[in-house]
Write a protein that binds this ligand. Structure first.
Ligand code: FEO
Ligand code: CA
Ligand code: CA
Ligand code: CA
Length: 631
């Protein structure tokens, strides 16, 4: 792999407008055509006229699509592994849209699959690429696409309870046959549903704090369910971290609290609705009504650790990692054995965080690590305009956090980070480290309010006003040590349509006329050669085209050469993406096909060509069983 830090490396010290001017000069030859074609699509023949010798990405890019189907490049195929409602147990009922019950849903695959983690069998160290467990988050529900005749203002008790049961996670055994197909095993010992009602523990420094006590749990250590699990991560000891993101939407009636109650401002900082919730669950469940349970929201917004190999494991909400709208949690082991967890808070002008464990990992005794994430230091990122940055410790009793307890810092994490002057980012989504280089990639999905009146203006790390298309930052920890408190950073991608000057795109210095248009990056992963794979969430809004998966080299001659690999069905966002250990299968979650429409007139009938559309996990493989994808 050749090192060529062309891109931002040469440009350090330039202002953003200088970068932009240079970039626009480079593409000035395209002027006429580009200005009149709002969505110019990459011509694959041009791409393949490039020498391919050094490329580790050999697929022929596909085009943006509006078709209600999954598209992959020639030579690849996709298949559905499991759909919303598919039974996970021998005695679970088959899916029937006209006969949905909470107890049936609690034994079927949940709705809106998001994070996908592959855990090999028989154990986490086996690297078995053809037999394992899929751990899948069910982020939220679209009741308008689930229930015939759904009334948003007056959902029925049964509908609400089905929705609660359709949240959470599924753990399901899967295997790949000799002929290359994947299937799930309905009768597996490992299969499990975790829902919005599953009992779990609260652990770490905030456990048992008065703010976590409610009428049905006076200890502040036991909670019912996990909600809005967006992305996640895997630990080196074979557990999964699942992240509670937009938990605020389930709660109602913040205005029942008096202004003198400090909790009111703290709930407002996290966006708890002042009156009724949009979902109206509070009509049937007191714990979602702040006039009855003012502390219940404090028990959500955490990273939850689960052992997928033990179907009886009680999930743990790890308070040491802070409370915010966690998108994902990526774990990396430092040279001294301590573990570091990167996590973004996905909301406009929120922050990026990392947690550093107090103790090193025990590589020989798995269970010794089950409390590792309960003790350590949480940091929040400060990006300087000169390309340096600092991780600021969120420690009670220090500086502006004098007078706070550490439990308060962890429960009111956003407010604590405000006081430290952390950098307000353009909706931090996934953060992942490149296993080949150790560099950290931080995805900002978009922020249409950046630079608008009364809102923060641009800075070097969030350089575009009205950032509709999002960007990716490359961060290098000093000494390449993830525990470092200082780092360097540069912009890797400014997403958008490279043929539209107003989009102000940047592809690490790569010729923009050759790349695929990309918008709203969300979840990422790396292939075996260290190429970055990006799933998007929002292209129906920005491009009027379906979301997709893109791959891009981050080193060498093709650094910044973005190519589209997959296009999803209408109305869906693409989540997951997750490779098997041999990089011969890419798992992808197709979330909310048909979103924006309703069951009466759905814009998608994927995957069955029938009503309803069903969120599903798919497997993408090459036609040649021994070929890797992208490496
Ligand atoms: Fe659930 Fe940040 O996307
Ligand atoms: Ca996401
Ligand atoms: Ca990821
Ligand atoms: Ca998203």
């Amino acid at each position: 792999m050749t090192k060529r830090y062309q891109g931002q490396g040469e440009q350090r010290g330039e202002t953003f407008s200088q970068i932009l001017k240079r970039r626009l000069a480079r593409r000035s030859f395209l002027k006429g055509a580009a200005a009149t074609v709002p969505l110019l699509i990459v011509d694959p023949s041009r791409v393949f006229s490039r020498p391919q010798g050094s490329s580790t990405l050999a697929f022929q890019p596909i085009r943006l699509s509006n078709l209600d189907t999954v598209l992959v490049p020639p030579g690849y195929s996709s298949q559905i592994i499991i759909r919303w409602g598919d039974p996970l147990f021998r005695d679970a009922p088959e899916f029937n849209i006209l006969n949905q019950t909470a107890s049936a849903q609690a034994r079927q695959f949940g709705y809106n699959c998001d994070y996908v983690g592959y855990f090999p069998l028989p154990d986490y160290r086996s690297n078995n690429p053809t037999h394992g467990l899929l751990v899948v988050n069910h982020e939220y529900t679209n009741p308008e696409l689930m229930f015939v005749g759904y009334s948003p203002a007056n959902p029925t008790r049964e509908q609400v309870d089905v929705e609660l049961a359709a949240h959470g996670l599924s753990i399901v055994e899967i295997s790949r046959s000799q002929t290359g197909g994947w299937r799930y095993h309905r009768e597996s010992f490992f299969n499990r549903r975790i829902t919005g009602e599953t009992e779990m523990l609260i652990t770490g420094p905030a456990a048992g704090h008065d703010l976590l006590k409610v009428s049905y749990d006076r200890t502040g250590t036991r909670v019912r369910g996990t909600l809005n699990n967006c992305a996640g991560g895997k630990t080196p000891w074979g557990t999964v971290l699942t992240c509670e993101e937009n938990f605020n939407q389930y709660f109602a009636n913040l205005n029942a609290l008096p202004d003198s109650d400090r909790r009111k401002a703290m709930h407002a900082r996290y966006g708890i609705p002042r009156g009724a919730s949009e979902r109206r669950w509070e009509q049937y469940h007191d714990r979602f009504d702040l006039s009855k349970e003012p502390n219940e929201p404090f028990r959500f917004g955490w990273v939850v650790e689960i052992d997928p190999y033990n179907p009886n494991f009680i999930p743990r909400k790890r308070t040491a990692l802070g409370r915010f709208k966690h998108e994902a949690a990526t774990v990396v082991v430092a040279p001294d054995g301590r573990v570091v967890v990167y996590s973004g808070d996905d909301e406009r002008f929120e922050y990026m965080y990392k947690f550093v464990s107090a103790r090193p990992m025990n590589p020989s005794r798995r269970e010794a690590n089950f409390g590792l994430l309960d003790e350590g230091t949480l940091y929040v990122a400060k990006f300087n305009d000169d390309g340096t940055g600092r991780w600021l410790p969120l420690q009670a009793g220090q500086g502006p956090l004098a007078g706070w307890s550490q439990a308060e810092v962890l429960i009111y994490t956003r407010a604590a980070a405000d006081l430290l002057g952390a950098t307000k980012m353009d909706r931090p989504e996934d953060i992942e480290t490149n296993p080949v280089t150790g560099k950290v990639y931080c995805v900002m999905t978009n922020n249409s309010r950046r630079g608008s009146s009364g809102q923060p203006g641009v800075d070097r790390a969030n350089p575009r006003a009205n950032n509709r298309h999002g960007h990716i930052i490359e961060l290098i920890e000093d000494g390449n040590d993830p525990t470092s408190t200082t780092f360097r950073w540069e912009i890797f991608l400014l997403c958008g349509n490279p043929m539209v000057p107003e989009d102000q795109t940047f592809f690490a210095g790569f010729d923009p006329s050759l790349v695929s248009p990309i918008s709203c990056p969300d979840n990422i992963t790396f292939d075996g050669s260290g190429n970055l794979w990006i799933a998007t969430d929002g292209m129906p809004g920005t491009f009027r085209m379906n979301d997709g998966v893109f791959a891009v080299p981050v080193e060498g001659e093709e650094r910044g050469f973005v190519r589209q690999f997959l296009s999803g069905p209408v109305g869906s966002e693409i989540c997951g993406p997750e490779f098997t250990p041999d990089y011969r299968t890419l798992f992808v979650a197709i979330q909310h096909p048909g979103e924006g429409s309703s069951l009466a007139a759905p814009t998608s009938t994927w995957p069955d060509g029938a009503i309803p559309p069903r969120p599903s996990v798919i497997a993408v493989t090459t036609r040649h069983a021994l070929s890797r994808i992208g490496s």
